[in-house]
Write a protein that binds this ligand. Structure first.
Ligand code: SAM
Length: 278
C-alpha cells in the first residue's frame, strides 16, 4: 500500500479541528516521514510503538517496514481521520489511551515482547514521555523521537555545557543518544513556533550492570535541582544530610568541595554513588 494519502484533504473532509493543547502539529511530507523511519533503524520483524497517531502519516511509513505497529493516541476526535488515512493497513492497531496514564502492566497487556518507539512527540509532555520509557522496565530497545530542538540538545549534551541536564544523564545511564536530523517548523501542519530535531536513543540495559541505578538516578536528579547551587548544597537538601556530610562524600569521590553537578560526567556520578553507598 502506498503512502501518498492527502492528509489535508482528509482533515478538511472530516471537519477535524486541531487541538493545540494536545500538541497536534502533524507531518505530511512523505520524504521526511520515510527518513524518520530510516533513522530509527527499524527492520522487518520489529514491533513498533508510536506515541501520538495524529493523522496517521508517520504510522503509515512505519507500517511499511515493521511487522506490527501499536499507535497510541489520546484524542478520539481523530477516529474518522484515521479510518480514512490508515485504510488498508492490517499491521496497525490504534489504541486510544493516554500513554502517560498507563501503568507498565496495562501497557504490556497490549504490547508484549521487545519493541522500538518511533514518534513525533506531543511537545507539551516530551520530557515525562521520554522518562516514562527510559526509567520503566518495559522492553524498549530504542526510541527515535521528534522533539523540540532545545530538548534534542539536552538529550545529547556533554558535561559542563548549558544544555547538560538531569535528563542527559538519565539517557546516558541506559544508552546513548544522537541527533539524526534537524527539522524546520515549516514541515509541520499547523507550524509550531519552534524548530525540531529527531533524536535516536539506543538502549543498553547492561551499561550500569552492578551499579545502584536507583541511587544514581536520585543523585543525578538532585544535582540539577538548583543549577546555581553547589553539588554539596543540592545533595544535602535531597538526601537529608548536613552540607559537611555531603562535602565529605564529594571529596572522598575525588571532586572539589565547591564542585557543581553540571560538570560531572556519568562516570563521576558512579564514583559518587559508591561513596553514598558506603
Ligand atoms: N504522529 C503524527 C504526525 O507525525 O503527524 C502526530 C504527531 S503530533 C506532534 C502528537 C500527537 O500526540 C497528537 O495527535 C496528540 O493528540 C497526541 N497526544 C497528545 N498527548 C498524548 C498522550 N498523552 N498520549 C497519547 N497521545 C497523545
Amino acid at each position: 500500500m502506498e503512502n501518498n494519502i492527502n492528509l489535508k484533504d482528509i482533515i478538511k473532509g472530516t471537519n477535524f479541528r486541531f487541538n493545540k493543547a494536545l500538541g497536534q502539529n502533524f507531518i505530511s511530507d512523505k520524504n521526511l516521514l520515510d527518513a524518520i523511519v530510516a533513522d530509527s533503524g527499524i527492520v522487518e520483524g520489529d514491533t513498533v510503538v508510536e506515541i501520538g497517531t495524529g493523522g496517521g502519516t508517520l504510522t503509515r511509513s512505519i507500517a511499511k517496514v515493521a511487522k506490527k505497529v501499536y499507535s497510541f493516541e489520546v484524542d478520539r476526535n481523530l477516529e474518522p481521520v484515521l479510518a480514512l488515512s490508515l485504510q488498508g493497513l492490517d499491521n496497525v492497531e490504534v489504541v486510544f489511551k493516554d500513554v502517560l496514564r498507563m501503568k507498565d502492566a496495562q501497557f504490556e497487556e497490549i504490547v508484549s515482547g521487545e519493541f522500538k518507539v518511533v514518534a513525533n512527540l506531543p511537545y507539551y509532555i516530551t520530557t515525562p514521555l521520554v522518562m516514562r520509557f527510559l526509567e520503566s522496565n518495559l522492553k524498549v530497545k530504542s526510541l527515535t523521537v521528534m522533539v523540540q530542538k532545545e530538548v534534542a540538545d539536552r538529550l545529547t549534551a556533554q558535561p559542563d555545557t548549558p544544555d547538560y541536564a538531569a535528563i542527559t544523564l538519565a539517557v546516558q545511564m541506559i544508552g546513548s543518544a544522537k541527533i539524526t536530523r534537524n527539522v524546520s517548523r515549516n514541515m509541520f501542519y499547523p507550524a509550531p513556533n519552534v524548530d525540531s530535531a529527531v533524536v535516536r536513543i539506543d538502549i543498553d540495559r547492561t551499561k550500569l550492570a552492578g551499579e545502584d541505578v536507583v541511587l544514581l538516578r536520585k543523585l543525578a536528579r538532585s544535582a540539577f535541582m538548583m543549577r546555581r547551587k553547589t553539588l554539596a548544597n543540592n545533595l544535602s537538601q535531597a538526601f537529608g544530610i548536613t552540607k559537611a556530610e555531603a562535602t565529605e562524600k564529594i571529596v572522598a569521590a575525588g571532586f572539589a568541595e565547591m564542585v557543581r553537578g553540571e560538570v560531572l560526567s556519568l562516570d563521576d556520578y558512579v564514583k559518587l554513588s559508591h561513596e553514598f553507598k558506603a
